[in-house]
Ligand binder design. Structure first.
Ligand code: PMP
Ligand code: GLN
Length: 401
């Protein structure tokens, strides 16, 4: 009995999931939201909207609960949602997944990523190529699966990968190329050239492409292009998305995967022992959401684009150089002008509530320890907040100067 907690602790330490004091390290998002709550600062850290999404979707969840959709959903997902996901892929991208074979509903994109990585990584020789900085769950899931993460750097301010770096990262050891496009935390949308190179390398080295497209409807400069739509890509690509960002329902945790049936089956084999299934009434409601008219989807991108511009202008006016994101909730600012001697972005973010009443997230939280130096002055701010909140945060940031 006494050995079990110790064993757990050793395993979690090896996977980097425990903090220096041996207790579970909170994610950077939890830490910074707690800091905002404690200090009363404006939370431009954790990416969640401060307004509800479409009433049709909220009402559909209430109606589903009222008519008794309150027990386990089928393991693959509620049939209406499987159909709606397939129809969404057809309507927006011309993809034709079979709703019964090629679609799987998951507990958010997070479970989709975890189950995919656990299912498809075979051994410690397997490598996962990621674009760094990367969403924090990628490294944690790779560690749980015992795979090695191979990062390809993205550099401020355009955050596009160098094609030479990419080609060197993908080898015959590469099991997965994990692509987050639009990208968190940088807001980058990859160029057509980068997307094509990913597919070419996946073919050459027989790797599987896994895409995290949770920001698919939050793009500002033209339509989102899923890698699965490129020639020769669909047969080796699993595409992951989530309702959280599109419908402002991050707390519902409804996500999904589409792709070749045999790969989806492998993911289901793991997923059924993680959550088995989740959120029956919310699944029904997201089926309603995915069926909303095109105008809904284009309007959320337009609204967020306006907020991106407002946040970017506010940060610039405060004296912070910024990148101009082409998608996602996020804008990256360079805090160099306001760093004290020896201070990095993490120190800056911990002091920012006291200095200006605002919370952001240091980019160092999205990179491996040995690469922190290259991102040490960069801070991510979220634009998915009400216009008046962004305006007030901008006003407060002027205090920095
Ligand atoms: N991937 C990325 C890039 C994200 O930003 C997030 C969080 N918003 C997720 C995955 C997790 O999505 P979910 O909340 O659906 O699990
Ligand atoms: N995806 C959100 C972000 O990047 C946070 C999700 C979380 O807290 N795990 O801010």
């Amino acid at each position: 009995m006494r050995e079990i907690p110790g064993a757990w602790r050793r395993t979690a330490t090896g996977a980097g999931l425990l903090g220096p004091d041996g207790s579970p390290a909170p994610t950077i998002f939890a830490e910074m939201t707690a800091l905002a709550t404690r200090t009363g600062a404006i939370n431009l850290g954790q990416g969640f909207p401060d307004e509800d999404g479409p009433a049709e979707v909220l009402d559909a969840a209430i109606a589903a609960i009222a008519v008794g959709a309150n027990q386990y959903a089928p393991g693959r997902g509620v049939p209406a949602l499987l159909d709606a996901i397939a129809a969404h892929q057809r309507r927006w991208y011309g993809l034709e997944p079979d709703p019964e074979r090629d679609v799987l509903v998951t507990a958010g994109a997070t479970e989709a990523l975890a189950a995919t990585i656990l299912a498809l990584v075979e051994g410690s020789d397997d490598e996962i190529v990621v674009f760094e900085p990367y969403y924090d769950a990628y490294a944690a899931c790779a560690a749980l699966a015992g795979a090695r993460l191979v990062p390809v750097p993205l550099r401020f301010p355009d955050f596009q990968p160098d094609l030479g770096d990419l080609a060197r990262a993908v080898t015959d050891h590469t099991r997965l190329i994990l692509v987050n496009d639009p990208h968190n935390p940088t807001g980058a949308v990859f160029t057509a050239e980068v997307r094509a190179e990913i597919v070419r390398l996946a073919h050459r080295h027989d790797a599987i492409i896994v895409t995290d497209e949770v920001y698919e409807h939050l793009v500002f400069d033209g339509p989102h292009v899923p890698i699965a739509t490129l020639p020769g890509a669909a047969e080796r690509t699993l595409s992951i998305s989530s309702a959280g960002k599109t419908f402002s329902t991050t707390g519902w945790k409804i996500g999904w995967i589409t792709g070749p049936g045999d790969l989806v089956d492998a993911v289901l084999a793991v997923k059924q022992f993680l959550t088995y299934t989740n959120g029956t009434p919310f699944q029904s409601a997201i089926a309603t959401g995915l069926g909303l008219p095109d105008a809904f989807f284009t309007s959320i991108a337009q609204t967020l684009r306006g907020k991106r511009d407002l946040l970017g202008a506010g940060l610039r006016a405060a004296g912070l150089p910024v990148s101009t994101p082409a998608g996602s909730y996020f804008t990256v600012a360079d805090a160099t002008p306001f760093l004290a001697a020896g201070e990095d972005a993490a120190d800056f973010c911990r002091r920012l509530p006291g200095r200006a009443g605002v919370v952001g997230i240091p980019l160092t939280a999205f990179v491996s320890r040995e690469h922190r130096g290259a991102y040490a002055s960069l801070v991510r701010f979220a634009a998915c907040k009400r216009v008046e909140v962004i305006a007030e945060a901008s006003e407060r940031l002027r205090a920095l100067a």
